[in-house]
Design a protein around this ligand. Structure first.
Ligand code: SF4
Ligand code: MG
Length: 279
């Protein structure tokens, strides 16, 4: 674009599709959709330059409700798909999204390695501490004493997964927590996460009002984090290990160089292969 041309501007509506969300009334994921589209409008990224990838679950329906390129993958596999897109099309803004069951259970290994690789993309996890789509089972982030699931009527009795600490230990350089009930704050965090060069992880507390109705009270529990996100990792780890789970804001920011393989060699070899195949 030359200096005289006008930068196109977009509104959040430009990023929404015509598909009507089928989430339960009051589900936090509606606000996450609003926050994401607001962030993309703030950044004025043309919709055709965005790829949004998800796995499976209520929150993984997100790509269908947006007007960007979407890929509704399989359970837990959003991150490897998003990684492949970003390393082969580095000019795109790549976002992976999903829930705590999808991302931290079957997708847990991909999560750690995405943090470690530091490919320049954003991962948004709508965390409601439950498998909502399959009707209310304990997920990796469920507290051990939650007794409402028929599968674990006496609670799971096991420690929950702590995604932020694990992200830090695995090498993530942008770690944030937001709340769907604060859509402007969530939009701001997503904006910063997309701007951050390298892998950025945003945990969005997003109540499942159907299977965890008590999560409506999260609105009274969240509070802005009073922290220096540029702390050294050891101090940040202590902070994240001991926080109450309701600190919202950017909680850690580092400056590792993003991973981006040189593409020319691989493109040449694909071209050579194609030539060989045609001949
Ligand atoms: Fe949202 Fe829970 Fe309903 Fe799924 S089951 S749409 S997470 S409220
Ligand atoms: Mg969930």
């Amino acid at each position: 674009m030359d200096a005289t041309s006008t930068c196109p501007s977009y509104s959040a509506r430009d990023y929404k599709s015509e598909v009507k969300p089928v989430w339960c009334p009051g589900c936090g994921d509606y606000s996450v959709l609003g926050a994401l589209t607001k962030a993309l409008a703030e950044l004025s990224i043309p919709p055709e330059n965005v790829a949004l990838v998800s796995g499976i679950g209520c929150s993984s329906r997100l790509p269908a409700y947006t007007n960007v390129f979407g890929f509704h993958g399989v359970h837990g596999r959003a991150l490897p798909i998003a990684t492949g897109i970003k390393v082969s099309r580095p000019e795109l803004t790549v976002i992976a999204s999903g829930g705590d069951g999808d991302g931290f259970s079957i997708g847990g290994n991909h999560f750690m390695h995405a943090c470690r690789r530091n490919v320049d993309m954003t991962y948004i996890v709508m965390d409601n501490e439950v498998y909502g789509m399959t009707k209310g089972q304990a997920s990796p982030t469920t507290a051990p004493d939650w007794e409402k699931s028929k599968l674990t009527p006496q609670g799971t009795g096991i420690n929950p997964f702590h995604p932020l600490v694990i992200a830090l230990a695995a090498g993530a350089n942008f770690i944030a927590r937001g709340f769907s009930g604060d859509p402007n704050g969530a939009a701001q965090l997503i904006t910063e996460a997309i701007r951050h060069p390298g892998f950025s992880f945003v945990q969005l507390l997003s109540p499942c009002v159907t299977f965890r109705p008590e999560q409506r009270d999260w609105k009274d529990a969240v509070h802005p984090a009073a922290v220096d996100p540029t702390d050294d990792p050891a101090r940040a780890a202590r902070r994240l290990m001991t926080d109450d789970g309701f600190n919202i804001g950017v909680l850690y920011r580092g400056s590792r160089k993003p991973f981006q393989p040189a593409l020319k060699a691989s493109v040449d070899s694909v071209a050579d292969l194609e030539k060989e195949f045609v001949l």
